[in-house]
Design a protein around this ligand. Structure first.
Ligand code: BGC
Length: 867
């Protein structure tokens, strides 16, 4: 038994739910063993007393209900699990698991004694100095534990007695702040000591009031003043609790951080630092009393998904002086993060760090950043032999940095690149015999790291970094094969539903900023994310409660589109983004793709309506299920009448056929065959170069697979000429680009406005790599059942990979040699599977344990793979 988890919470500490569900994985049992029941032992961590041992009959092991009374705020419990089951060796009872420790956060508004405080040093404008708040307090003898609950309107970092609290970055993260704001809970026992102590919290602009959005964007989106809410609770041996809550007895000032913007970068003046300001011994000069905020605090929610952290450090692969006093640093990898720099110099030395994803003529090329300055400025205090600087309230999307203004040459070891992002647990791997394909897969993983910075974003470098629903809807299936995104997505989807309710329609990105372009209008493929993403999450993680929470938003979305479509069932009016970034669209207008926007929109309308019918079915709402299924059928009929004739589309595009085939719009075998032939001809006519934008890219390899054109799917995926997935790899990409040709074959950067080098969207084909090429496909929610069905094709002789599913690791390894296909599959306890061999080689039911199978296959010549 391993990995007992509570409600998918990343740590179990500071839970926001009074009835957390419990999940476990069973690591050791004979392969014919099946769980028939489980016992949960819950104990009170405070008095060590057992609360209950509950026995339940059943084979569930994922998200089972909390078995005892709901938790109250601050309640601390240990949860142990043991399972009973049987196999050929008879019935057996496992040992108890290691205890999972649970501690509830502050579950009700009444738990908060803290008040929101602001600073007189704040002029109410963005881009000013970060605010510092501090308070000295006494801790008596006999402290048992201490907890700090806090959040900010801005982004914050807390310190106690000179030490940073926790390891989170950019807390509290970004939610739709008007509707809900996360607070964080920390165990700070080890930071406190008997006697006088001090707490200090720095609050910078962040998403709350900093610059957000393109074409100048907006500032002060959520409010004018930065503010802090903090509550420190100290529990003593005698059971008493003392609370230190933010109020007007705290004092405020400003220090080294003179300004910090997510896009702009950070300016730090070491001469203005106030050393030791979070220690009790610090002598305040010029500090003023904090003032209670008049702005109403938004509802608070516990932070449950993994926080943003410094997840890795990279040593640069190159550091050289490219002009007198200008040092170019090559991190070797395009990342979201920042540079940590060590240097020394006289007081007032101004060091500048500029960032970019690419070089042109050996120097930074920063036009694609648009209005994001991505420049950190560091003014040395000049007091120490060596000073270290890393900005704390910003991040950049970059591979290269230019550092200037140094008083001494940059030495090896002076620069480290710090990767910043949501600290997601990696769950899936993929490796093949094709080095370029593996490099592409690594790039997809890096683009995911760079674009999960609390919320899932489009890109990490320019004046954008927004939660575009389209990008996410297209990439979400791939994301679920790479990292455990369940709670991260659940948090963001909560905001999708909230914004939907508040604005009346699903906006193109969430949190919504109200920028002019695109308009607040239903957009196919984007608004549809409100339906498709929750369904993907349900399919991959099996959390029915998460689906339930999105359900009313899902229904409202398809109903709204149905109103637009009216009696024709065709969604053929209103603003659309089309097959965004279709390689045949003009560079200056990515929405002018070759596929009819009405075809795209109506296809999505069908797919989302059908998905809502499936969700209704899963949730036991059979009336809804029938109603949506019959509406879906009417949309399908309308689609066929308007867009298809004898299985053919006009105009014919890869995206159009992919939509029709993958979304299930073509149900007559004759139409499917005709459309399949047409798609294959189109793909061959382009000599296996891709012809799809954001809409068609996640679908085209699947469409070819569905119509049995495995060879063409392989040739398309392994293509290296532009445009193709692997083209970027041959051009030295270390992340997935926004455009097929962000860097053009002649080495110049695409002149279009949309030229990011770190967008996960076109990496969506990674879903196909895992699900079809490797062959691990969910057959029941959360992989309770799995279909293992690898498809072979020219150019690839070996594939291996795994997925740590909610039940445990599923692994597949296959290879093709001299006309034989061999596969080995491992399934964990709790999963039943079907193994289907390629080319009609046989099918078998498999259970937990290891299985091997073989069959003859024929694949096209490998050398032609990229022709
Ligand atoms: C984003 C895209 C997004 C698009 C839609 C862009 O600025 O970067 O990824 O899908 O806008 O308009």
């Amino acid at each position: 038994m391993q990995d007992v988890r509570l409600d998918n919470h990343h740590s179990g500490f500071g839970l926001g739910s009074p009835t957390p569900r419990v999940s476990w994985k069973i690591s050791e049992a004979p392969s014919d063993w099946r769980q028939s029941g489980y016992e949960l032992a819950i104990a009170d961590l405070d008095d060590g007393q057992d609360i209950a041992e509950v026995r339940v009959h059943g084979d569930e092991q994922v998200l089972v209900p909390w078995p005892v009374d709901p938790l109250t705020s601050r309640a601390r419990r240990s949860v142990r699990v043991r399972v009973v089951g049987s196999g050929t060796h008879g019935e057996s009872l496992s040992d108890w698991s290691e205890p999972a420790l649970v501690e509830a956060g502050l579950l009700t508004d009444g738990d908060w004694r803290a008040t929101w405080i602001e600073s007189a040093h704040d002029d109410g404008l963005a881009d000013g100095p970060a605010l510092m708040f501090r308070r000295v307090f006494a801790v008596r003898e006999g402290m048992v534990r201490a907890r700090l609950y806090l959040t900010a309107r801005g982004v914050y970092e807390a310190e106690i007695n000179g030490q940073v609290v926790g390891d989170e970055v950019l807390a509290p993260g970004w939610t739709s702040y008007n509707a809900r704001l996360r607070y964080q809970a920390h165990d700070v026992t080890a930071l406190l000591a008997e006697g006088m102590n001090a707490i200090g919290v720095t609050v910078a602009d962040g998403w709350y009031r900093g610059h957000l959005g393109y074409r100048g964007g907006r500032r002060n989106v959520y409010g004018d003043y930065g503010s802090l809410l903090a509550q420190l609770e100290v529990v003593y041996l005698d059971g008493s609790m003392e609370t230190l809550a933010s109020d007007e007895t705290w004092t405020t000032s400003t220090g080294a951080v003179r300004s910090s913007g997510l896009y702009a970068g950070e300016t730090c003046d070491g001469r203005k630092a106030q050393p030791d300001w979070s220690r009790a011994s610090f002598r305040e000069a010029g500090w003023t009393a904090a003032v209670s905020s008049t702005a109403l605090g938004p509802p608070l929610v516990a932070a449950e998904h993994p926080p943003v952290r410094r997840t890795q450090e990279l040593t640069p692969v190159g550091v050289k002086e490219v002009a007198p006093g200008v040092w170019l640093v090559d991190v070797g990898q395009n990342i979201a993060g920042r540079i940590r720099l060590r240097t020394a110099g006289p007081p007032g030395t101004v060091v500048r760090l500029q960032h970019a994803e690419v070089l042109q003529d050996g120097r930074l090329y920063r036009r694609p950043l648009r209005f994001a300055d991505a420049t950190d400025e560091w003014i040395l205090a000049g007091t120490a032999e060596a000073e270290t600087f890393e900005p704390r309230f910003t991040y950049h999307g970059f591979r290269y940095a230019e550092i200037s203004g140094l008083a001494r040459p940059l030495g090896a070891g002076d620069v480290v690149a710090v990767v910043v992002g949501t600290d997601l647990v990696r769950t899936g791997t993929f490796e093949s015999s094709h080095p370029l394909l593996d490099a592409f897969h690594r790039n997809v993983v890096w683009s995911m790291r760079g674009n999960f910075v609390d919320i899932p974003t489009d890109c990490p470098q320019r004046d954008e970094r927004l939660g575009w629903l389209g990008d996410n809807a297209f990439f979400a299936p791939a994301a679920t094969y790479l990292f455990d995104v369940n709670t991260t997505m659940a948090s963001w989807l909560a905001d999708v539903a909230i914004e939907h309710r508040t604005l009346g329609i699903v906006p193109a990105y969430v949190p919504w900023l109200g920028l002019e372009d695109p308009p607040l209008a239903p957009i196919a493929g984007f608004g549809d994310g409100a339906v498709l993403i929750p369904w993907t999450m349900y399919e991959r993680f099996g959390d029915i409660e998460a689906l339930e929470r999105q359900y009313s938003s899902m229904c409202a979305w398809v109903d709204q589109v149905a109103d637009i479509a009216g009696a024709t069932h065709l969604w053929d009016r209103g603003f659309q983004l089309g097959d965004w970034l279709d390689p045949l669209a003009p560079p200056e207008d990515p929405s002018r793709g070759t596929t009819d926007p009405a075809l795209i929109a109506t296809a999505f309308h069908y797919r989302t309506t059908l998905t809502v019918a499936m969700a209704a079915e899963a949730l036991g709402r059979s009336d809804d299920a029938m109603r949506y299924a019959s509406r879906a059928e009417a949309i399908r009929t309308a689609f066929l009448r308007r867009f298809i004739s004898g299985g053919r589309l006009t105009p014919e595009t890869q995206t159009g056929y992919s939509l029709a085939i993958v979304f299930g719009l073509l149900q007559s075998p004759a139409d499917l065959r005709e459309a399949g032939d047409a798609l294959v001809s189109l793909v061959r006519a382009r000599r296996h170069r891709i012809g799809t934008g954001f809409i068609g890219t996640p679908l085209v390899a699947d469409a070819l697979t569905i119509v049995g054109a495995h060879e063409d799917a392989y040739r398309l995926v392994l293509q290296t000429a532009s445009p193709s997935w692997l083209y970027a790899v041959t051009m030295g990409a270390t992340t997935v680009w926004e455009r097929w040709d962000s860097l053009r074959p002649d080495g110049s950067v695409n002149p279009g406005q949309m030229t990011s080098f770190n967008h996960y969207s076109l990496g969506s084909v990674a879903d196909w790599l895992h699900r079809v090429m490797l062959g691990i496909a969910p057959a029941a929610p959360g992989y309770r059942r799995v279909t293992i069905e690898p498809r072979v094709g020219p150019g690839i002789a070996d594939v291996q990979g795994s997925l740590d599913s909610p039940y445990g690791p599923i692994a597949v390894a296959w290879h093709v040699l001299e006309g034989r296909f061999d596969v080995t599959v491992d399934l964990p306890i709790g999963i039943e599977g079907t193994l289907r061999l390629p080319q009609g080689g046989g099918e078998m039911t498999i259970g937990p344990g290891r299985h091997s199978a073989t069959c003859p296959v024929e694949v096209g010549a490998a050398t032609e793979a990229t022709a």
